[in-house]
Design a protein around this ligand. Structure first.
Ligand code: GAR
Length: 211
């Protein structure tokens, strides 16, 4: 087990916590090399410190433009030489040079059943659209916002009683399980990206991986 991951966050870090817990329980097929936040106040940074995982803050406000921020971010990432870069509630758009540099080792989780509801406020958008199902998606990152190849999804039923908070809570529970599962598949090379096509166990992936 000598693979490593860099986890990028901006806030609460409950997905990060799922990876920390999996690592503690020896259920992660690799090691969390570093946690990087663009927000100095991100709660996830505390989670990393408590788990004795190296962490760093690269505050986007300290940079003139996206390219300079992305460059600083990539310099920090490269110090750790991770096999995989895991965006876990990282709320900055990454530019084309960054995304191209890490193509096929950059993944993101998004709180909707993509291609539905890209961007922010996905739970409210699902309620407003009277969806009966909602969920989360995991995808390789391209320079199209929430648009890279999706390889995993998990669904919840939307009930009449749901509001954006109850729905967010339900989706979060799924995210934690699905993201750890998929990162393990990626670290063990059972899930790969080749020419923008996703392969699962060396076969083209049909549909998406679930829980
Ligand atoms: C998660 O729900 C994740 O899907 C979402 O931010 C939340 C972070 O929660 N990401 C996006 O919206 C990215 N477009 P966490 O900080 O508790 O892991």
């Amino acid at each position: 087990m000598n693979k490593s991951i860099a986890i990028l966050i901006s806030g609460e870090g409950t997905n990060l916590q799922a990876f920390i817990d999996a690592q503690k329980e020896q259920l992660l097929q690799g090691k969390i090399a570093v946690v990087i936040s663009n927000q100095p106040q991100a709660k996830g940074l505390k989670r990393a410190q408590l788990a004795n995982i190296p962490s760093d803050t690269i505050n986007h406000k300290d940079f003139k433009n996206r390219d300079e921020f992305d460059y600083a971010l990539s310099k920090t990432i490269d110090k750790y030489q991770p096999d995989l870069i895991v965006l876990a509630g990282f709320m900055r758009i990454l530019g084309t040079p960054f995304v191209t540099k890490y193509q096929s080792k950059l993944v993101n989780i998004h709180p909707s059943l993509l291609p539905k509801f890209t961007g922010l406020n996905t739970h409210q958008k699902a309620l407003d659209a009277n969806e009966t199902e909602h969920g989360c998606s995991i995808h390789f990152v391209t320079d199209e916002l929430d648009g890279g190849p999706v390889f995993a999804q998990a669904k919840v039923k939307v009930s009449q009683q749901d509001n954006k908070h109850t729905l967010a809570n339900k989706v979060h529970q799924l995210e934690h399980q699905l993201y750890v599962k998929c990162v393990n598949l990626l670290l063990s090379n059972r899930l790969t990206l080749n020419n923008q096509k996703v392969f699962y166990n060396n076969e083209p992936l049909i549909g998406t991986i679930g829980l």
